[in-house]
Each structure stands twice: as structure tokens, then as C-alpha cells.
Design a protein around this ligand. Sequence first.
Ligand SMILES: [Zn+2]
Ligand SMILES: [Zn+2]
Length: 175
Amino acid sequence: MLISLSEIMTTKDKVIQINAPIELERFDYQGISYEFAHKEPVNLSITHLGNKVVMIEGNTNISLTLFCSRCLKEIDFPMNIEIQKEVDFNLTDEERADGLDETNFIIGYNLDVDTLIYDEILIGFPMKLLCSEDCKGLCKNCGTNLNEKSCDCDTFVYDPRMAVIQDIFNNFKEV
Ligand SMILES: [Zn+2]
Ligand SMILES: [Zn+2]
């Protein structure tokens, strides 16, 4: 959702208060698309502090459906998002970028709510997530979820005679 800020820019101390829906359908990150288990509109308050400097404050609660890093079980990951950003509209887009100011959520005189939220989710996104501290993960050989049951692979002993048979079988397939 884009919110035009040009209207409040004419008057100092003018405030916009709005409940802006999050229109992001999913959170795409590193080639994976994560679903929202829950999302609420962003409770936004945007204040013109004067001289084209705007304070953007907001909060929302969302929850993403993520996966355990070991066993891939789905986990609801709630995030409480608190936003407080000051944007100086006297600067050009390039000047803001040079100042390492993360204001890619500003397009001209518009606030892009979804980009703002995307950035905040990115900051809070966990590098690693476990369904429990002692998650046993998946068997690397057969894929069994070792939290639910054990498999026979744990006792697997490498037998060179089997490898020879495997080679013969593979050669046979190639003919
Ligand atoms: Zn797990
Ligand atoms: Zn196994």
C-alpha cells in the first residue's frame, strides 16, 4: 500500500493516522517463499516535524510459517514489529542511499508500507530456527524424522561386498 505524504508536507506538525493493511502475500527470502500464519494492519502514525522532515512510527504483529532447520517441521514464528523512522525529504534518493539510510520504502513522496514491513521482517528473520533444542533432525540416509521414530540406518555398517554389487548394477544400467 502506498500512502501519499505530500498532503502533510505543507503544514508543520500535521499527522496522518492510519491502519494500513499489509498487502504482502508472502515473505520471499533467499529463494524461499514463506507464508504468513497471521498478519495485522500496521498501526501507523506519520508526523511532519517541519522543514520536510517526517517521523514514521508504527507497530504491528505478524507471524510467519517457518521451518525447523533440522527436521523441517513447520513453526509459527511470531514477530512484534515496532517502527520508528525519520525521513528527510530534503535529501535526494541518492543522498539517502549514500548515508546508508534504509529508506527504500520511500518512493517520491509516497510511503510504501509493504517495503517498510518487508525490511523489518528481514531484520528480525532468524538465521537458524529449531522446533526444540534437542531436535534430532532427519536421517541423512533415508529421511526419517528421528523425533518421531528411529530407522535402521543408525546401525548401518558399510560392507565393501555390497559396493561391488552396486558397481556391477550401475554398469549394467549404463549398457
Ligand atoms: Zn526439528
Ligand atoms: Zn535412516
